[in-house]
Design a protein around this ligand. Sequence first.
Ligand code: HEC
Ligand code: HEC
Length: 418
Amino acid sequence: MKTAKAVLSAALSFPAAVFAAAPLPPPPAPPRPPAVALPAPPPPQPAGRAIGEAGPHGKAILGLSAVERTDFATGRVEFVNVETPEGGLGPIFNDVSCVACHFQGGVGGASRIFVTRFGRITNGVFDPLTALGGPLLQRRAIATSVLETIPGEANVVARRLTTPLFGAGLLEAIPDAVLVAGAAVAKPDGVKGRVAMVKDVVSGTMRVGRFGWKAQEATLQAFSADAYLNEMGVTGRFFPQENAPNGNHTLLVGTDRVLDPEDALAVGATKSDSDLAADFMRLLAPVPPLPGAAPGSPGAAVFREMGCVVCHVPSLKTGPSPIAALANKPVGLYSDLLLHDMGKLGDGIAQPPATMTEMRTAPLWGLRLRDRYLHDGRASSLDAAILAHDGEAKIARDRYAKLTLAKRNALMVFLSSL
Ligand code: HEC
Ligand code: HEC
């Protein structure tokens, strides 16, 4: 799959890749004891590499054509491919492959690994400190001399946990109009919710964002290109500018030695590596729910009664798609994919159009494969995750807090079966 970049860079010699890394903040607090015996939790995840290769999920969605199955396999190669400095990795980056962070339950899953965002809030206005390398920290570098750090000017630092990609193609295939209509519906409990209109770098058009904690991207091709640059330091045709360590472009001289765009289209090719990785994500099967999450189960009833479904909408429908397996299909995502003002649960990072307190309703499908919850992974139990809801979700949270033990247990069984 290597394009012009590999050929070009083969001629350059790099020092042995001494990957420098900044220290990580401490892990979240231990869980409250669970109230009930739940379905087996996922096995402990070493913060290691590529263990998802062994996971049972991360397979292709059913009903693909032979050509689509080949696209999935080809894309998977790129998704697990380890980038090297010679191939365009860095100079600053967060990890060396997509699967290094996306592996829980199989290739494409979530993980406990998080990235760090920073900025400065002055008189209630958020500044992403772009000139100082913000808002995303790249915590590793191909040489210690160019390591990025959180600048002293930053007064807000937020962690963002890795989200799962299972079923991502179904999320992508939900028409903008469905989400716009969902936002327009009157909701109980003072819940509002609005679409995140974002510019899609691929088509150049305004689209409804749906991927990421802030619904910051509308398409997988755009998110992939964004992640190639911002997580791995690999420039491409949609993001051709290398990230300079803390905004200092002189530090790129001598360390950024691969010609941009590093992930270039090979002569005659229509897809670069990041496009192929997007194909893989688009064709990933969703995680099938267990019987404990059936619509008629006691826990599903509690989930409705509590008003969780106002935001965590159980199912939406895809529209037309050139991929038959994705066209006009129900999507059991448990999200409206809208931005909600979450009050104190907001992450303090404005990522337009999302404000400092707005977050995307987290899809709950595949929840049973995870062991950390909420945007910063602060919750290591579902109970803690629900109790941390605030803002528009305050009324639902308060209802949950008053549940009888039996109903709370039923809800936990439901959530742990998704
Ligand atoms: C350093 C860890 C890390 C690496 C490497 C990484 N990701 Fe992610 N990924 C994350 C985190 C953290 C999020 C949530 C980010 C946010 O919302 O700000 C995320 C979110 C995503 C999402 C959005 C899914 C959703 O619905 O929320 C997609 C798509 C994605 N990553 C694709 C990729 C691809 C493709 C690659 C490889 C080019 C990649 N990621 C590499 C950590 C990583
Ligand atoms: C006003 C909309 C809203 C309501 C109502 C709501 N949620 Fe959420 N939920 C969210 C948002 C937004 C997030 C992501 C918050 C974050 O991490 O910043 C979330 C996250 C979660 C998570 C963590 C998911 C993850 O990926 O880490 C769980 C579990 C959850 N909600 C369960 C519930 C339950 C159970 C109820 C009902 C008692 C409920 N929610 C009510 C909006 C809502």
